[in-house]
Design a protein around this ligand. Structure first.
Ligand SMILES: NC(=O)C[C@H](N)C(=O)O
Length: 324
């Protein structure tokens, strides 16, 4: 049976074109991907929804949350078998991960985009769209969570990140690799993602900051941020999870005020652990109650903390969420 796949557009370079006079790449009124629809016909019946048309730096967690609700409604329809979401690449990984946490469906959800706009030489949008539809229509893509398809590879929303500013193979899963590939003839999965988790939340209201540690990080910046009463902090720490001693008073103050702190690493391979016992070392941070995240990058740990805080701000429960 030929499946029916819903393509939902949100914008991004995949929906843009380059002005030949100025060289500026900008959104277009008519989605250029419309001309690619006939090449998708052999693989699936296609339904198209122009949900939005924004560059992805304009995407916000609130918009992602609304999008998750719209996608869930669409996938609840029995005559829709899977979904392809087109999205700008800059914040694609955050949207994909938010959808992974929120959309309660085992139908395939594939997120894709392009690095070159529609009228540039070697435009990758139509090809990525085609490969995404093929994955969305494959039986094997079911129940694997939100997947990101780019450049013939299938990645999990949880592990994928944009690694290159302009290269077509920008989306990679450091440490883990893709879970499948797409060739001329087959969609082939070679790994199985484990431990998908869902959150059921009614709103997304929490203010969570993402900070990066740097040598000589001055205490005053963190102090100034705490003045604004954030609901949570995510810090990209050094290496295995260490911070400069200068920020430790602010870390203690934050924890005393029950503002959870999630630690990730600014190194993009490996996970953070409580190893070092010096002032600011990971072991000390862990004993103080800092939450160590199990391999998520900073931007995704922020999304997860925003979502999880809608359920609880109990440190032990949050710890459990970030250990899986
Ligand atoms: N390749 C892209 O889609 C980048 C663009 N700035 C966006 O995220 O909308």
């Amino acid at each position: 049976m030929k499946k029916t796949i819903l393509i939902m557009h949100t914008g991004g370079t995949i929906a843009m074109s380059e002005d030949s006079q100025t060289g500026a790449v900008k959104p277009t009124d008519q989605n250029p991907l419309d001309t690619s629809l006939p090449i998708l016909e052999p693989y699936a019946n296609i339904v198209v929804e122009q949900y939005d048309n924004i560059p992805s730096p304009h995407m916000t967690p609130q918009r992602m949350f609304e999008l998750a609700k719209a996608i869930e409604l669409s996938l609840n329809k029995t005559d829709i078998h899977g979904l392809v979401l087109t999205h700008g690449t800059d914040t694609l990984e955050e949207t994909a991960y938010m959808l992974d946490l929120l959309v309660q469906s085992h139908k395939p959800i594939i997120v894709t985009g392009a690095m070159r706009s529609s009228n540039e030489l070697g435009a990758d949008g139509p090809f990525n769209l085609l490969q995404s539809v093929r994955v969305a229509a494959s039986d094997e893509a079911q129940g694997k969570g939100v997947l990101v398809v780019f450049n013939d590879e299938i990645h999990t929303a949880k592990n994928v990140t944009k690694t290159h500013t302009s290269n077509l193979s920008t989306f990679q899963s450091p440490q883990y690799g893709p879970i499948g590939i797409i060739t001329k003839h087959v969609v082939s999965f070679h790994h199985l993602p484990i431990g998908r988790e869902f959150f059921v939340i009614k709103q997304l209201t929490k203010r969570v900051l993402l900070l990066k540690a740097f040598a000589g990080m001055e205490a005053e910046w963190l102090d100034a941020l705490l003045e604004r009463d954030p609901d949570g902090l995510v810090i990209e720490a050094f290496g295995q999870g260490n911070l400069p001693p200068s920020v430790m008073p602010a870390i203690r103050k934050s924890l005393d005020r029950n503002i959870p702190i999630v630690l990730v690493s600014r190194s993009f391979n490996g996970i953070v652990e409580g190893v070092y016992g010096y002032e600011g070392g990971g072991k000390q941070l862990q004993e103080l109650g800092v939450i160590f995240s199990n391999g998520l990058n900073g931007q995704k740990a922020r999304i997860k903390l925003m979502v999880a805080l809608e359920e609880t701000n109990d440190i032990q429960k949050l710890k459990a969420y970030f250990s899986r």
